[in-house]
Design a binder for this molecule. Sequence first.
Ligand SMILES: [Zn+2]
Ligand SMILES: [Zn+2]
Length: 285
Amino acid sequence: MSIASRLETLSFVLAIAPFFLLLPVELWQRSRRAALDKRLLFEQLASASPLVPTLLCAGVAASFVSALFAFAQTYIDWRISTTWLSAAACLLIVDFLYYVEHRASHRIRLLWAISHSVHHSSPLFDQVTGLRVSFVDGFLSPWFYLPAVLIGFDPKLIIACFLVMVGYQQWLHTDSIGKLGWFDRVFNSPSNHRVHHAIQTQYLDKNYGGILILWDRLFGTYEPEGELPHYGLTHQIQSTNPITVHVSEAWNLLREMYRHNGLVVKLRMLLGPPDLQIEPAKQAT
Ligand SMILES: [Zn+2]
Ligand SMILES: [Zn+2]
């Protein structure tokens, strides 16, 4: 079995095991707080709903990323052979590129609206929230990993490292694991990721890391957990309709662009941060 295949198997275990270990604990804790109700069920169904288009598009997304990486490889005439050492280096680089991707997904409104906001729009935070990922990610995300292809890593290894990094993040989506001491200062952890999903001002746009939280400490976006986090969007979508879950922020962006005149203004809205203030708006008709 190749190193890439072993890493893919590891990613599968990392993604699946915490779901089946932590979800029962979360449900049991909610039942003790009498919070096991219809609202929870609908919210969890809403969070699981993006799995449907993701699975339907999985084949197309896989073909897309393979074609994109193969095309990028034609620009270099060197290759790094895959060993456990180069796999570790690739995982480190992929983890850094994820930090870049994740930060861009929060600070460029186009990326936020059409994809990443879906992951953040639940007012709950549990193992099912970890599944709440837009299928659009499969087509946006690969562009951020082209530097790893151009360095010379095997595309199969890059994809396997990406899957390990994404699989690692499943266990982070829980309120059932508290702070973990030194681990929280080096690695992404449930405590660090609760901060990332929280909507209090001091927590916004913090803790973008995938596996290592060291990237946030290095680039000034680290915030430890203090006040009890509240989750969701600063303007909650107030809906568990799967269509609304997927399109609400994109719809808001389109509506705001329609209300403003000028190509430059519209481009600033697309490429600026989601909290960019643009005035004045023309009157809606
Ligand atoms: Zn995020
Ligand atoms: Zn998350």
